[in-house]
Design a protein around this ligand. Structure first.
Ligand SMILES: [Zn+2]
Length: 187
């Protein structure tokens, strides 16, 4: 009886469905996080010159052509812990500024958390700020680039599926403004 059932299954589900057919496929997972952080963009003028805060929302995707032996792309908990800890430590309840913004010195002197972008000269900055030396100002686009780099570093230290990589990183700055950064061929 079991043999008959197997034969019927094989007939009901053609091989091209079972194997996904010839089109390239990939697995994608995503994690999300939020942080409450101020910034200002005086180089743009207008209202962004004023120091103001956002509830930033981030989604980080990881893509892999095949799964690991434990049938995952990467373990969600470990990836979330690494990415969230970085954001909580370096950005949450802090202020993102250009490195030459005069507000930076004042806020640091007042023992406020500050993350400085664009320190590409002889400035003395913290190690995490070295991830943003080529990003002059903390625009939503720059934040997406920064957080993709952070996510790449976190993923590199974790066991994961073969050839797993960070895909798109999505950042929501306001209800109306978002930015996405990642490889153009990634979902
Ligand atoms: Zn803003």
């Amino acid at each position: 009886m079991h043999g008959t059932a197997t034969t019927e299954h094989a007939t009901a589900y053609p091989a091209n469905l079972v194997t996904d057919g010839p089109a390239p496929t990939a697995h994608q997972i995503a994690i999300e996080h939020t942080f409450e952080t101020a910034h200002r963009l005086p180089h743009l003028g207008g209202k962004c010159t004023s120091l103001h805060g956002h509830s930033w929302r981030v989604a980080v995707s990881v893509i892999a052509p095949t799964l690991s032996d434990d049938v995952t792309v990467v373990e969600f908990g470990a990836l979330k812990a690494g990415v969230r800890q970085w954001m909580d430590t370096h950005l949450d309840h802090g202020t993102m500024l250009g490195v030459h913004d005069p507000l930076a010195a004042h806020l640091l002197a007042a023992k406020c958390k500050v993350f400085r972008f664009g320190a590409n000269g002889n400035e003395t900055v913290k190690d995490p700020e070295l991830l943003a030396t080529d990003l002059a100002w903390p625009t939503v686009e720059a934040v997406a680039v920064l957080l993709r780099r952070v996510s790449q570093a976190v993923l590199a230290a974790l066991p994961c599926a073969p050839d797993a990589r960070i895909g798109q990183v999505f950042v929501r700055e306001t209800h109306l403004n978002t930015a996405t950064y990642g490889p153009v061929d990634a979902p």
